[in-house]
Design a binder for this molecule. Structure first.
Ligand code: SME
Length: 153
């Protein structure tokens, strides 16, 4: 697989080290958001939405502010991913049915679920100002971070 912009291994190590010294859930989510965004384009903004009943609640983010702090399961790309139990990689948000816009700059979006066995704990949602920002390699790299969070949260 071609190389990804996101290098997940150091992020996973940082999450494990933070967990080992007793970091809170909030600190782990903040760390993941900050370190993923630090990869630079296509990682424009990173949002950690976690499942609370029938809603997704924004628990951490890095990048642009969003007004979408709570999204019902089934709504938007974020809610669709949970309802359909699948990751979603949208190359052109303008053409995506149900897309909830946070700003006019976002061109593409990647949603990767945080799953522990059959349970969906939440998701990493990445907005990109780059059209078709996320290759399959990028998707796989983001999934490694999500899988680490699934174990540590
Ligand atoms: N675009 C998302 C909403 C969340 S913001 O991108 C942070 C969606 O369609 O669900």
């Amino acid at each position: 697989m071609p190389e990804s912009v996101l290098n997940p291994a150091p992020i996973v190590r940082a999450l494990q080290a933070a967990f080992a010294r007793g970091a809170s859930r909030r600190e782990l989510l903040d760390l993941a958001a900050r370190r993923m965004r630090a990869a630079g384009p296509p990682y424009t903004s990173v949002y950690l939405y976690m499942v609370h009943g029938n809603d997704l609640v924004l628990e951490a983010s890095d990048g642009r502010e969003t007004e979408h702090r709570r999204i019902p399961v089934g709504k938007g790309l974020c809610g669709q991913a949970v309802a359909e139990r699948r990751d979603i990689n949208v190359p052109d948000v303008g053409a995506a049915p149900g897309y909830l816009a946070c700003n006019l700059e976002t061109q593409s979006e990647l949603v990767v679920l945080i799953r522990r066995n059959d349970e969906i704990l939440g998701q990493i949602d990445v907005d990109s100002d780059v059209p078709a920002g996320f290759s399959a390699a990028e998707e796989a790299a983001a999934r490694e971070v999500a899988d680490a969070l699934a174990v540590l949260l």
